[in-house]
Design a protein around this ligand. Structure first.
Ligand code: FMN
Length: 206
């Protein structure tokens, strides 16, 4: 890899930020397909390809918002949150789902995971597949950034996987994990300052 490619990659890593406000400009489907293809170059256990993406139409987002909203309402009310506050949170979240110029649901497909006889190894196996989805998502977000697009992950589907799977009719082996908003950043959006982490706390040499 040449020095200039390395610098461009560094720029992408340093410059990518979670973007939460977008211009009302559509993301061409071909661009979205390109991002998914690059996501699918991520490392994965056992030479598997355990990532699945669902591009969500407005209709699918409505169904998803309904399903996730129902699950979230149930949880928040059980936590003792006041009903008016629950409805405020739900409508804010639904607005966000509908407003993203493009919205992907990222899932992990566990069908290639080894069916170990004990819980400890099954958990390790599952963790490996889930980590691989993280790598795929980082590819996707960096590739989006390099094309002038912004993105943001939303972890909400992890809290209501059954409801999401049912609302979208997903196969049993697909575990819904993240929503990924993608769009052209609204230049008025300012991400929170990010401190450069001190290496001492992150790296221990033994
Ligand atoms: C696993 C995961 C879940 C996240 N979930 C959300 C979320 O639900 N809503 C949101 O606005 N941002 C979410 N984010 C984005 C983080 O808030 C963001 O990455 C973090 O604040 C660092 O900012 P940066 O991405 O701009 O560097 C999530 C990020 C990760 C990695």
């Amino acid at each position: 890899m040449s020095r200039s490619v390395a610098l461009a990659l560094d720029e992408a890593i340093l410059g990518r930020r979670s973007v939460r406000r977008f211009l009302p400009r559509p993301v061409p489907p071909s661009l979205l397909r390109e991002l998914v293809s690059l996501a699918a170059c991520a490392p994965a256990p056992h030479h598997s390809q355990p990532w699945r993406f669902v591009a969500l139409s407005s209709r699918a987002r409505e169904a998803l918002g309904e399903a996730m909203g129902g699950a979230w309402r149930r949880d928040l009310l059980a936590d003792g949150i006041a009903p008016a506050e629950v409805e405020r949170l739900l409508s804010r979240s639904r607005r966000r789902l509908m407003a993203a110029p493009a919205l992907l649901l990222a899932c992990v497909d566990l069908s290639a995971a080894r069916p170990w006889p004990d819980e400890r190894r099954r958990r390790a196996e599952r963790d490996m597949f889930v980590q691989s989805l993280g790598a795929a998502l980082q590819n996707l977000m960096l590739a989006a950034h390099a094309r002038g697009l912004g993105s943001c992950l939303l972890g909400a589907p992890l809290y209501c996987q059954e409801e999401v799977r049912a609302a979208l009719g997903l196969p049993r082996d697909w575990e819904p994990a993240f929503l990924v908003e993608v769009g052209y950043p609204d230049p008025s959006y300012r991400p929170r300052d990010r401190e450069t982490p001190a290496l001492e706390g992150l790296l221990r040499e033994v």
